[in-house]
Write a protein that binds this ligand. Structure first.
Ligand SMILES: [Zn+2]
Length: 344
């Protein structure tokens, strides 16, 4: 396609304006509502450097799978043939949409989510002795909805339930038993001998796979939040936000990946909101998991690792000063991190 630089720039700005599109994190795609299925944030138009397989203005929808291969097709689709500059329509160029976006070359991204129901009799709480024992303060109840079913739903007796929200919808929940791991194990050993019921530490929702979910995802504001700290669990999110008072900070968000791994869908979810920097805040003892996550994230974001000095501690155990020092003086690039871990 023989477009001059200024023609290309003009087209990109006109198409962006027409579709209300935003650049993705890697600056290679325009992301907007799909003109075919109308799904928000799922349609990508390639505007990066042309390669053998990736051509300028090829487009693809991550939701419905619709694709266009030429500028002309794209302009027709969006009803802006008036923008056509050169009579180029290379329809013979068969291109695999799977090769369009680096994300898709590995796995098909399916980030569709079902809206789910919380357990029967769920009621939000603003004061709970278990949450208080985990450090919850007034603002935490406000920002991180949690609740119980009281005694009305025996399955969830002694569980605290955290809804997982995505674009305002409840798409999952984590239900955690209020006993400690040791207490539960002790009980279960006895229960086994007596043939009684065993207690599950977690009784989470099952409708949506947790690799598609991020806890506190709605705190990532499209094109405002540039840095996201990823941590393992809900209590890490709450602890970090409470201790650093990040409640209303739109530039920095903290999300949990529900474990020490990040999936391509979770990466896509962050990238589609324009996040540029990801700080890995997994527990200090998770060295191999951290290195692996850094490698995967490094293809899409600026990556830094918050190297918690004491490997036995997580964000919940650290004081304000320790957290501050970690984020101020112990942020490492993946290379620096690998070097220190070799030396130790
Ligand atoms: Zn679509």
């Amino acid at each position: 396609m023989a477009l001059t630089k200024s023609e290309t720039e003009h087209l990109i700005s006109e198409i962006s304006r027409e579709l209300g599109a935003k650049r993705d994190g890697g600056y290679k795609n325009l992301i907007c509502q799909c003109p075919f299925c109308k799904k928000e944030g799922k349609f990508g138009i390639y505007v990066g450097k042309e390669t053998e397989r990736k051509k300028l203005f090829m487009s693809h929808c991550f939701s419905c799978g619709a694709s266009t291969y030429t500028l002309e097709q794209l302009l027709e689709t969006i009803g802006r043939v008036d923008l056509m500059v050169t009579p180029v329509a290379d329809l013979s160029a068969k291109l695999e949409p799977a090769l369009l976006f680096p994300l898709e070359s590995e796995d098909k991204i399916d980030d569709s989510l079902a809206i789910i129901e919380l357990p029967d009799f769920y009621r939000r709480t603003f004061s709970d002795s278990y949450l208080k024992s985990r450090g919850f303060v007034f603002d935490d109840y406000e920002y991180f909805p949690a609740g119980t079913t009281g005694r009305l739903n025996f399955r969830y007796n002694d569980y605290v339930i955290f809804p997982v929200i995505d674009q305002g919808d409840t798409v999952g929940y984590v239900a955690r038993h209020i006993w400690s791991k040791d207490e539960i194990e002790k009980h279960n050993r006895r229960a086994k001998l007596r043939g009684e019921y065993r207690i599950m530490r977690f009784r989470n929702s099952t409708e949506n796979d947790f690799t598609r979910l991020l806890y506190n995802y709605d705190a990532v504001i499209e094109d405002e939040t540039d840095t996201v700290i990823i941590v393992e669990g809900i209590f890490d999110v709450v602890a970090l936000i409470r201790k650093l008072e990040l409640y209303d900070n739109k530039q920095i968000a903290v999300v949990a990946t529900f474990g020490k791994k990040i999936s391509l869908t979770q990466i896509f979810k962050l990238q589609s909101k324009g996040v540029e920097t990801v700080i890995i805040g997994y527990d200090g003892d998770a060295v191999d998991s951290i290195k692996k996550a850094a490698g995967e994230l490094g293809r899409y974001f600026e990556v830094l690792i918050a190297d918690i000095e004491d490997p036995a501690k997580d964000w919940q155990d650290l004081s304000y000063t320790e957290i501050y020092d970690t984020l101020a003086y112990r942020l490492k690039t993946p290379l620096e991190y690998t070097m220190t871990k070799i030396q130790q």
